[in-house]
Ligand binder design. Structure first.
Ligand code: ZN
Ligand code: ZN
Length: 152
């Protein structure tokens, strides 16, 4: 097994153990499919990316993985939930760009400069509302490259 995959499995096993859950074969399939896709995936995309994952158990397994903070639920523009590996697990803070036309959701890389600007903006908005910011999530909504080309 690859070193990265083994490290990922080790971390997932620990997170699941905090919820007294086991890292079953099906959960492992979900985690590796999400790692391989590299963007938030709907249940349908997840089922297509795995071999023998029954839809009925996929929902339950995703709920357990989300509860253990292995997986994070991301909302899409079409009412279908998307799932991605949690930032705690991937160690990768990023934002999302969402296509309101076809529903594609992809990860957008961030930079120290952008994060500093976002942190300051978030602080100001929070302060005006009596809040303290513990994390931020940024989602840009628009049209993807393919949908833009199709509209021409
Ligand atoms: Zn699109
Ligand atoms: Zn950020």
């Amino acid at each position: 097994m690859e070193r990265a995959a083994a490290a990922l499995d080790g971390e997932v096993r620990l997170l699941l153990a905090t919820r007294e859950q086991r890292y079953t074969g099906q959960r492992r399939e979900i985690v590796h499919a999400l790692a391989g896709l590299g963007r938030p995936a709907t249940i349908a995309e997840l089922l297509a990316a795995t071999r023998d994952l029954p839809q009925s158990t996929a929902y339950r397994n995703l709920a357990v993985l989300a509860d253990a903070d292995v997986v994070r639920r991301v909302s899409g523009p079409d009412g279908f939930a998307r799932f991605e590996l949690s930032e705690a697990l991937s160690g990768d803070h990023h934002h999302h760009v969402v296509c309101e036309s076809c529903g594609l959701v992809i990860d957008a890389a961030t930079s120290p400069r952008l994060e500093a600007a976002l942190a300051e903006t978030a602080r100001l908005i929070a302060e005006a509302n009596g809040f303290e910011v513990t994390e931020h999530r940024l989602e840009l909504v628009g049209r993807c490259r393919r949908c833009r080309a199709a509209a021409c």
